[in-house]
Ligand binder design. Sequence first.
Ligand code: SF4
Ligand code: SF4
Length: 689
Amino acid sequence: MAASNVVFAFVLTLGAGFFALNVQRLVRYMRLGYAENRIDHPLVRLKNVLTIGIGQRKIFRDPIPGAMHATIFWGFLVLTAGTVEILIQGVFSGFSYARILPHPLYALYAASQDAFALFVLAAIAFAYYRRLVLHPRRLDGDNLEHADAYIILGLIGGLMVTLLLANACQFLVDPASIGPEKFVSRGIAAAIAPIDAYPSTPATVFWWLHVLIVLTFLNYLPYSKHLHVVTSLINVFFSNTSGPPQKGVMRFMDLEADVEQFGASDVEHLSWKNLLDGYSCTECGRCTAACPANLTGKLLSPRKIVINTRQRLMEKGPVVTGDRMEFLHPALLHGEGGDAGAQTPAQVMEHRLLDTYISEEELWQCTSCRACVQECPVSIDQLDIINQMRRYLVLSESRFPEEIQPAFESLERNGSPWAFSPADRAKWSEGMEIPTMAELMERGERPDVLFWVGCMGSFDDRAKKITVAFARILKACGINFAILGQEEHCHGDPARRMGNEYLYQMLAKDTVETLNRYDVTTIVTSCPHCFHQLGNEFPQFGGNYEVVHHSTYIERLLQENRVPLQSAEGKRLTVAYHDSCYLGRYNDIYDAPRETLRRALPVVTLVEPPRSRDRGLCCGAGGGRMFMEERVGKRINVERTEELLATGADTIAVACPFCMTMINDGVKAKEADVAVLDIAEVVAGQLQS
Ligand code: SF4
Ligand code: SF4
C-alpha cells in the first residue's frame, strides 16, 4: 500500500467516523420519542419506497421543480455507485468495477456516471436560477435557510465538476484508463489540452477534491435541512401505510395507560416517527402551499409545525442526552418561528414545543383536511403532530376556543354537537314509514342495510333534505333498510378531531355496543365524517362493519339499473362537484360522486375547479372548525366558493352535509344565483314520481 493510500484511508476513516458519531447522536435524540410499531404491512411499505421514494411519484405533482429534484435524486443514486468505486480506489489503487463486472454492464455503468453528472449539473443550475431569480413563495425562509440551500447546491455542483474534471485529466494522462462510454469526460479532455505528455497532478488534485467534497457533504448533512438526503427513503418506509383503512386514522389512545400526561406538549410526547419526520423535512413548502388555513392568511403552516418539531428536538436533545450544544448548526435551532433564544440548559428545559415554538392559535386553525399529508413528497404526517398537541391542550390543560365548549357539553348531554333533543332525532322520517332497528327486531326481522343518518342529517334543516332525498332513493330501489332512530347518537368524531379523546371514546364505545347488539354488518351513510369514523376508526374499539358512503351506494344502484329515473330530457346543467376531504383524501373516493351525477343526469356537463380531486380545497368545516369562529384572514368557504363559481357552473354538487353548509354560506356571501345540491338530491330529483 502506497503512502497516498494510507493517507486516504486515514482521511476516510476520519470522515466516516465523524458521520457515524453524528448519526448516533441523531438516533439518540430520536429515541426521546415514544415507541410505536412501524414495521407492519412490509409489502405496502416497500411499495411506498419504490413508488414515492425511488419513483419520486409525489415530487412530480409539481412537474417542473419535480423534474429538477428527481434528476438530482436519481443522479445521486446512480453516482453513489461511482463514489463507492472511487473510495475503494483510494485505498486499493487500480481497483475498478471493470475488473468485476461483465463488459456490457460496466459500459452502461460508466456511461451513466457521465450522463448523470451532466444532468445533475443542469438541474443544479436551474435550482440556483429558481431560488435567485424566480423566488417561489413556498421556498420563503430566512437567510440561514437560504444559505444552507446554496451551500448544499454548491457542494453537489462541486461533486459533479470535480468528478468530470478528474476523469478528463486522467484521460489526458492515460487515454486507455477512460473508456469511450465516459463521453462527457472525454469531450472535456478534448477541450482542455492535447493528449501528449499531460502531467498527472491535475487528475490527482481533482480526484482528491472530489473525495474531500464527498466527505464534507456527508458530514455537513447532519447539520443541515438537507439531512433528508439520508432520511427520506427511511421516512417513506416508516410512514403511515397509505391507503384506507390506515389513511387519516387517528392514533389510538389508551386512556387507562399509566402516563404522566395525555397528548403532546413537547418532543418526548411525540413518537420516534414524528421526530424522524422532523429530520426528513426538505422544507419544500408544498404542504403549506396547499394548506387552506395558510392560503387564506392564517398563522398555521404545516411546514413550520414540522420544522419547529425538529428545532425543538435539536434544542432539547443535546441537553437531555448530555451532548455538547455547540455541535449544533444554527440553521437547525433557528429559522421559521423557531428562534427560541435559549442560552443555558436550564432555559432549554423551561421551553417546550407547545407555546415556545407552536402556538395554540396555530393548532386550532387546522381543518384536518390532509392536504399537507397528501402533498408531502417524503410522506411526513404533519396532521398527526397537530392532533396529538390538540389532545394535550384539551385533556391536560383544558385550553380550547371557548366556542367549542357548548359542542362538548351537548355531545355529553344530548349525544349531538348541537343542543337538540335526542327525541327529535328521527323527526325527518315522519310519514316515510322507515322502520327502526328496534321495531324490526321486535318483528323478528333484519334489514340488509342500516342507514346511519348522522347528527347533521338528523337535526340541520338543510341537511335533513339530503337525508330525505337519500331515503327516497333507497325506498324507490326497494332496499330493505332501517335506521336506529332515537338509539343513534354521535359516534364522537367531532370530539376526537377537537382533541377530546375521553368524550370521543365514551361515545364511540357506546355506539359500537349498539351496533353490535343489532349484529349490524352493512352501514350506509350520507356523511363522509360518519363514513370515515364508522368504517376506519371504529375497528380500534371492536366495531367492524362494511360502511358505504351514499355516493358509492347510489352509483352501484345506478349501475345495476335499479333506480327508477325519469327519461333523460331537460336542460343541460353545468355542474361543478366539490370534493369532500373525508371522502377524497381520506378514502380515495373521487369517481363515485361524479359518476353518480353523470348517470343520473345524462344532460349534465361536469366542470372542475382548478383545485379538485386529491388537490381539492377544503370547505373549512373539518377538524371541528365547523364549531369555531373564523376570525383571522379570508373565510375558507368563501375562497372555495369563489373557485367553484369561477367554473361558470349553474349548480354546485356536494356529497357531505358539512360541505353543504359551508358552500351554501359561501354562495350566500357572494350573492350568487347558483344552486347547491347534494348528489342524493340530484338523483332524487330525477326519480319517477
Ligand atoms: S390538515 Fe389541512 S388545514 Fe391542517 S395543517 Fe394540513 S393542510 Fe393545513
Ligand atoms: S413537511 Fe413535507 S411538504 Fe412540508 S415542507 Fe417538509 S417536506 Fe415539504
